[in-house]
Design a protein around this ligand. Structure first.
Ligand code: ATP
Ligand code: MG
Length: 234
């Protein structure tokens, strides 16, 4: 199948998601509708527990919603087989997890190279070296995750997400553990990535980071409170 997205528009319609708990179902996403185009850099903020990470996971084809649809330029990842969905994700989606999800027994360099395994026809060495350099990880490339600071883990996770130049990047609080200089470096990377035509979606508690990008979404209790588009359209 040809599952490479060319003109991405990410469209989410009526997304709901609940988790079960001892006290019953907890509704985490409540009828979310959203549409993103090529070059959009959307930032998301809202109180802890309001559903930001869950929204990223649902839109990023990692967690199926209870109802509603997610569509990438006409392709619905949740209608694909598990194998095709994994292939679709590896080609089109980069994900920076809030808790990094680095592979503990691989070095920084090897972690960054991981997404390249599915496309082994490319030599990813040069791109990996560029990312290591530009994210300030040169002195740490042969270290293992348990030898890294949180900020170094976070930058490794970003480099891994950027390796195959996916069409859309989901970044869950990617500046949460960084000093100002490294935080700005991460935001600059994401901004230039969107300027090159990719779509970026970032959850953050940091107001400076929230004001980056061209669309700004405020969530509360699983719903969209406001969606501001810097072009003036809501
Ligand atoms: N696997 C799960 N099982 C049960 N409840 C869950 C699960 N994952 C998340 N939740 C609950 O869903 C709600 C939303 O969680 P989510 O991680 O999306 O919030 P968040 O907005 O990203 O918060 P934070 O800013 O702290 O990262 C929370 O109340 C959380 O406890
Ligand atoms: Mg979160």
């Amino acid at each position: 199948m040809n599952n490479t997205v060319s003109e991405v528009t990410l469209r989410a319609d009526g997304i709901t998601k609940s988790y079960s708990s001892e006290s019953g179902l907890i509704r985490v996403l409540n009828h979310i509708n959203l549409e993103l185009s090529h070059g959009d850099f959307i930032t998301i903020s809202g109180p802890s527990g309001c559903g930001k990470s869950t929204l990223l996971a649902v839109l990023g084809a990692l967690q199926e919603p209870d109802s509603g649809t997610v569509e990438y330029d006409g392709i619905s990842p949740y209608r694909l087989s598990a194998k095709d969905r994994a292939q679709f994700r590896s080609k089109n989606i980069g994900f920076v997890f809030q808790d990094f999800n680095l592979v503990p027994y691989l070095t920084v360099r090897e972690n960054i190279l991981c997404p390249g395994i599915v496309n082994s026809s490319n030599d990813w060495g040069t791109r990996t070296a560029e990312l290591i350099e530009s994210l300030g990880l040169s002195d740490r490339s042969n270290h293992y995750p348990d030898q890294l600071s949180s900020g170094e883990k976070q930058r490794t996770a970003l480099a891994r997400a950027l390796l195959v130049e996916p069409t859309i990047i989901f970044a869950d609080e990617p500046t949460g553990n960084l000093d100002q200089e490294n935080g700005q470096r991460v935001l600059d990377h994401l901004t230039s990535y969107a300027n090159d035509g990719a779509t970026v979606m970032m959850a953050t508690h940091d107001m400076d980071a929230f004001n980056t990008g061209n669309k700004h979404l405020q969530m509360d209790e699983g719903s969209i409170l406001t969606l501001i588009n810097d072009n003036g359209n809501n």
